[in-house]
Design a protein around this ligand. Structure first.
Ligand code: DLL
Length: 434
């Protein structure tokens, strides 16, 4: 028997037992989903029922659920319990213009809190930790999701929410905050406030940070860890699957454990919908296994990732996902070339002269696409002479050209020139459709 210290023994389930549990939960989930107007009709039309599921592979016979289905059924088309059983709803951020409502029973909230507590325990958080939750509270799941999980663990939770940078830092000082939950782009922006207040984050009681809700590169993580002096753990989730805590990094910081007793994951080719070999990058498709109010079957997340099937050194058996590369919809096509914003971030973060923020702007010169990368410099670099700045501009342009195969226009900006966001960062402005 292994002696890994875990929150929930399920984290160590050997694969055959884990799969047995998944199958049992999948059958219940299908039965539950059939109580919603949408799935009830779909399963009846296609003559699908839980009994026909002999093994996990039989799930392939079920069609994908897309965001559009949630939208078409808005608000209650996928609700699988009487409305009186619902204790809370969340609403997706609607960053892609398609907002959806997600409902929770008391049991759902409890299981979600347990899952988040498991994540936080995994990275060493315990009763006695002071957890400053700097995520927006409200319809967004980042605030309340982590809040309930941290409380369940017995941590001392400070629900500051997002924004008000000076007060965030004061609270860290006064209440000796040991752990923070923060959007990575905001964690970078907050460094300017630390500098202004002449506070070194390394002088505080901080031990660890949880960062998620938006794609960020390994280079960005390294920067954050260096500047804050603490590990940043990647947290993935989406409202439709209840919120943060779907997958989470362990102390190894090499991939995110996807909790397979709560979700059944597939990676598909976004074009064909087929499953590829393990390790191949594709779109993550998730089936909830423990959700009651609004179970979703084969939900297409649009998020791009791949499985790491090698066992993790931490001893947990749940498979890991590689860092989410962004959404399939994030892909930019510039002069016919496919570019992901994270490719640009990777290059920027590798250059020490680059400061706390950047913005990608796509426009058009006549019929030709124009790609501009606006880059804030660090305060020290910005004071440099013109020849030095020109050299940085040339090096950035060349490095970006090499990575994305398109030659961008690079604009160097003074620190703080790009407006800060408290929520998910907007990294791309596409002016072509205007
Ligand atoms: O962002 C839930 C969340 C809150 C996750 C706090 C982590 C921390 P939504 O607003 O529904 O839910 O947005 C979900 O955000 O489909 C991804 O595209 C993106 N996303 C979330 N976490 C990550 C991450 C929350 N760690 C959408 N890396 C998802 C990359 C992420 N993208």
């Amino acid at each position: 028997m292994t002696s890994v210290d875990v929150y929930d023994p399920n984290e160590l389930l050997e694969r055959p037992l884990l799969e047995q549990l998944q199958l049992q939960r999948l059958r219940c989930t299908i039965e539950q989903a059939a109580r919603s107007p949408y799935y009830g009709k779909l399963f009846a039309d296609l003559k699908l029922d839980p009994e026909s599921l002999q093994g996990l592979d039989d799930l392939r016979r079920f069609p994908f659920t897309e965001k559009q289905h949630l939208r078409d059924g808005y608000p209650y088309g996928l609700l699988a319990v009487p409305k009186a059983e619902v204790v809370r709803m969340h609403h997706s951020s609607g960053t892609t213009g398609m907002a959806t409502a997600v409902f929770h029973t008391a049991g759902d909230i409890d299981r979600w809190a347990d899952l988040v507590a498991r994540c936080l325990y995994m990275i060493g958080m315990r009763k006695g930790d002071v957890f400053q939750n700097m995520m927006t509270y409200g319809l967004f799941t980042g605030g309340l999701g982590l809040h309930y999980g941290a409380e369940k663990l017995g941590a001392f939770v400070i629900p500051t929410g997002a924004g008000n940078s000076r007060r965030q830092i004061q609270f860290m000082q006064i209440f000796e905050t040991t752990a923070v939950h923060i959007i990575p782009s905001y964690a970078l922006a907050l460094l300017a406030a630390f500098e202004e207040m002449n506070v070194d984050p390394k002088s505080l009681s901080l031990r660890l940070a949880v960062g998620g809700a938006e794609p960020y590169s390994e280079g960005m993580r390294e920067r954050l860890q260096e500047a804050w002096g603490i590990p940043f753990y990647n947290c993935y989730g989406l409202s439709e699957m209840q919120g943060p805590g779907v997958a989470f990094e362990c102390a190894e910081q090499h991939g995110l454990h996807l909790w397979e007793d709560a979700y059944l994951a597939e990676i598909i080719d976004p074009e064909t919908g087929d499953r590829g070999p393990d390790g191949q990058e594709g779109e993550l498709v998730l089936t909830s296994l423990t959700r009651e109010a609004m179970p979703l079957i084969r939900y297409r997340t649009r998020d791009l990732s791949s499985f790491i099937s090698a066992p993790c050194a931490c001893g947990r058996t749940h498979r890991r996902l590689t860092r989410i590369q962004g959404r399939a919809d994030d892909m930019l096509i510039v002069r016919g070339v496919n570019i992901f914003p994270l490719q640009i971030e990777r290059v920027l973060m590798s250059m020490p002269e680059v400061g706390h923020s950047y913005l990608i702007v796509i426009g058009r010169d006549g019929l030709v696409d124009r790609l501009t990368v606006r880059v804030e410099l660090t305060p020290e670099t910005f004071k440099g002479d013109l020849a030095h700045l020109r050299d940085i501009q040339d090096r950035l342009t060349d490095a970006l050209r090499e990575e994305i195969l398109v030659r961008p226009r690079v604009e160097l900006l003074e620190p703080g020139a790009i407006p800060r966001q408290e929520g998910k960062a907007v990294r791309v402005v596409d002016e072509r459709d205007k």
